[in-house]
Every structure is written in C-alpha cells, then in structure tokens.
Design a protein around this ligand. Structure first.
Ligand code: MN
Length: 505
C-alpha cells in the first residue's frame, strides 16, 4: 500500500511511427516493465500508472488534457525511449497543468558491445530523444525535474521519490483552506503578506475567524470529553504532578484539553489543513493554546504562531512531504545563540508551540509554567529534547513580486546538557556551512524568524516543491559563500522584476 492514497503518478513514453510496429511493441513492453518496477519499489510513495506510448500530436494532447483534468493525477513522468519529435508535444504541453518529471533513462543499462547493431541503436535513442524533448520544454519555459540515470539505480529512484513527495504536498495545498484565529501579531512585517498572491501561487485560501467563533466550538466540549482526553494525556506523556487530577494546576490541564478539543472540532468542521493563533487575540480563552497546537501539529495540521499563515501552510506541506518517514516536522523559531567561537550554535524553540513529532523516543513531559506575555492563565505545554541528525529549516517570505523559499541545512545535536529551568521544547543545531555564514546569508535574504523545521524533508523535496509552485528558491548549505550568495540575490531580483513586467521570463 502506498503512502499517498489519493494520488497517482502517470508515466508515458514518447516515440513515433518511423521505426515500424515491431519497434513500437518493444517500446510499449519496455515501458510497462519500467513503470511496474518503479511502482513496486518501497521508496516510491505513490502508485505509478502506465499510460503507454504516445506517438502523435493527438495522443499527446489527449494525454495532457486528461492528466490536467484528473484530480488523482499528481504529476506526469515522461520518458523518450526513442526520438519523439517535439513539435508534436507543443499543444499538449501548453495545456498540461501537472508537474513534470523527465526521466532520462535507457532500457538497457549497458551497450552490448559485441552485438550492437542498428536495430539496437534505433530502439535505444534516449540519449538524443531526451535532448529533443528537453529543448521544447526549455523553449516553452516549462519548469520540470530532469532525472538522469539507469531506472533501477537507487539514486534515480530516490530522486523520483522526492519529486513525488513534493507533488503530494503541492496537490494537498491546492484548494486547501487555512484557518486564522485572530489576525497578525501587530507591527510584525515578515509574517504578513499577500493572501491573494499566495492563493494564485500555491492554491490555498486563508480564512480569518474571530475568537467568538472558536468560543462556540469550545462550548460544545463536555466534561466527559475532557475526562477522556486527560486519560489519554496521562497514558501518553509524563505529566507533571501539579497537572494531574487533584493537583494544584489540574484546572489548567482541563482548560488545555478543552482548547484542544474545541480547536480540533472547528478545524474538522471547516475542513482546514493548517491554522494560526496569536497571543494578541485571546479574547474568551483562559490560556494561550500551547499543548493544543503541539498535539494538532502532531496529527498533521500545519501551524504558525502570531498569525503566520505562510509558515502554517509550509509546515503542512512539509508534513505531507515527510509522511511515513517517521522523524517529524515542526513549527520552529531561531530563538537564541551560543556564540562560543569554538562551538557556535542556534537554540531553536518557540514560546510553546513545537511539534512533538520531532521528539523521537525522547520523553515528552507535560508542564505548566507562567508565560510573560498574553496576560492569561499559565499555559500547558510539552517539554522535550530532540535526537540529533541531519535536518533543515525552511521559510517562505513575500518579497513583493514573488514568494521566496529559503532553506538552510543544519546539523541537530543530541542532548548534551540538562536545561532544568527552560520550560519549552528545545533543539540545538549547527547551521551549514557555519553559524556566521548561514545567519549572514539568511538575514541578507530577508529570511523569517519562523521556519518549518524537519528531520524528514530533504533539500531536494523543497527544490522540487519550489519548482512546481514557480517560487524563488535559495539554499544555504555547505557550499554557500557569502559573496556568491549576494550575487544570486541580485540576479534573482533582476529576474523576477523582468518577469513581473514582461510575463515572459
Ligand atoms: Mn514567534
């Protein structure tokens, strides 16, 4: 069973009638073998549907029209087994609205040096057929992913898998609704943005609600509902004594449970996939939702604090991309620095709302502490450490004429110290290539303080996602050099400015 049950990937092969019916039969048979093989691999997270061989203008146009119209089709994987003259593809490609992966492979891995003849040469023409196909895509300025290599290679399969994961995230947010309780944190710039532009770029709609709307949902929560959820908390987490039934802060935990059930009912009823809260809009709530946001993120909802709807959507996209990989993704913020020249680190966290999906097998404690802002009852939150390993932070900013996706690869560190007085989830990491370069580049790029942090999502998935959404992408990783990065920023500004005026870049 594939992870993405609502999405298929269509595979089709380009050819032509020049070589005779025998050759076309072989092309069709080989295509079936490759589509089946790829579809059967564990790493491939969606079903691969073999749509056969396309040999004429009409067949190609029909394929592209059907792929665009089929709500289950998440993307098309195209392979040129032989030469497929690309003028045949123009009308079809012009109509295609689904992501493209151009698989540049060959049925025979090796050239049979002793036996090779012109029949072999005519049947195995990917090397030049793929180039003809590449030309028309480039000529028509179509974003697509090109994967080169033998179709059984693990690296090839892993690159296809990353693209499928990005396509699933793209499809998931297309038509999605994102719920905002309250508005933006007052005066904050980077969490703001053009919601209509986001709808056009990503396909999701952002919908605002007053806290009274949430209050109506909270009013449906019964004492019995809360009792059941408290039992679940006690079974799942290490609950502080003061929060347990009979403890001095037991009411705070009951209030946190009421918030969780109320918010979840509201999100389920509205069909929302992500949501935001803000500590400046808490009218009618007894405490800032901390535990509720953490628990709902762990169930797969995207989340952004302080009204940050772009990060809420990104966290949802990252959760969809990483589905089934098991290490987790969370809302995050670069919180504070360790500037020891020998060991420069970032400590990532948030006031309350870090998703426990990244906790691995570490203990998750439910605690209740005063919160200096918001002016409400002490909120309940999960406190935990995170296992070390390769991770990344990603952020989306509205740059005025486009959205920019900024990604920094980081190395998360295993717990190396007790933090007895820190009442929040915490993640220490070392950014690549180093803290100074990474932070300088991040700030020069206008990168937000909020991010989606993931141990599942790879840079490649985000690169593919950006391409599918026609979004600017900037990577900060082990090869980043500040002076080169500054040039990239300037070139990109020029590109998107010209694009905005001409519509033809
Ligand atoms: Mn924040």
């Amino acid at each position: 069973m594939k992870i993405y049950k609502d999405m298929d990937i269509w595979m089709a092969v380009g050819s032509q009638h020049l070589y005779g019916e025998e050759a076309l039969k072989k092309v069709a048979a080989n295509t079936g073998i490759i589509a089946d093989y790829i579809g059967e691999q564990e790493v491939i997270p969606a079903k691969i549907i073999n749509r056969g061989v396309l040999t004429t203008h009409e067949e190609i146009e029909q394929f592209c029209t059907e792929a665009s119209a089929d709500p289950r089709c998440g993307g098309v994987m195209l392979w040129m087994h032989t030469f497929s003259p690309s003028q045949m593809w123009i009308n079809g490609l012009a109509k295609l609205s689904k992501p493209i992966l151009h698989l540049h492979t060959q049925f025979n891995r090796d050239i049979p040096w002793e036996e090779i003849d012109m029949d072999f040469m005519n049947l195995n023409q990917s090397a030049h057929g793929g180039r003809e196909h590449g030309y028309i895509n480039s000529r028509m300025k179509i974003n697509r992913k090109v994967v080169v290599g033998y179709w059984k290679d693990e690296e090839v399969l892993s690159r296809i898998a990353a693209w499928i994961r990005a396509a699933a995230a793209r499809m998931d947010l297309y038509g999605a609704a994102i719920c905002r309780f309250g508005d933006n944190m007052r005066n904050v710039a980077v969490t703001e943005g053009d919601k209509v532009a986001a709808h056009i770029a990503f396909g999701y709609e952002v919908m605002g609600y007053g806290l009274a709307d949430l209050g109506e949902s909270m009013a449906t929560v019964t004492d019995g509902d809360i009792d059941s959820l408290i039992i679940e908390y006690l079974e799942t987490y290490t609950v502080a004594e003061q929060l347990k039934p009979g403890g001095e802060s037991a009411d705070s935990l009951r209030e946190a449970a009421r918030l969780e059930i109320g918010i979840e009912r509201f999100l389920v009823k509205g069909g929302f996939k992500a949501f935001t809260t803000t500590f400046e809009n808490l009218s009618g709530l007894a405490q800032l939702p901390g535990l509720a946001c953490q628990r709902l993120m762990a169930k797969g909802y995207g989340f952004g604090a302080e009204g940050d709807w772009k990060t809420a959507a990104l966290v949802r996209a990252m959760k969809v991309m990483g589905q089934g990989l098991g290490k987790g993704s969370a809302f995050m913020e670069d919180y504070t620095y360790h500037l020891d020249p020998e060991n420069m680190l970032v400590l990532g966290s948030h006031m309350l709302e870090v998703c426990p999906s990244i906790a691995g097998k570490n203990e998750v404690r439910l605690e209740c502490h005063p919160l200096g802002i918001g002016g409400k009852q002490d909120p309940v939150r999960m406190v935990f450490d995170v296992p070390g390993g390769n991770s990344l932070n990603a952020s989306i900013m509205d740059m005025g004429n486009r959205f920019r996706l900024l990604v920094n690869e980081v190395q998360t560190l295993d717990k190396f110290v007790e933090l007895p007085k820190l009442p929040v989830a915490r993640v220490p990491w070392r950014p690549l290539p180093d803290l100074k370069t990474a932070a300088e580049a991040w700030i020069l790029a206008g990168g937000a303080h909020h991010t989606g942090y993931s141990k599942d999502v790879t840079p490649e998935m985000l690169i593919d996602y950006a391409s599918m959404c026609d979004m600017e992408l900037l990577m900060i990783n082990e090869v980043t050099k500040i002076e080169e990065f500054k040039k990239e920023l300037k070139w990109n500004d020029l590109y998107y400015t010209v694009k905005a005026f001409s519509g033809n870049v």
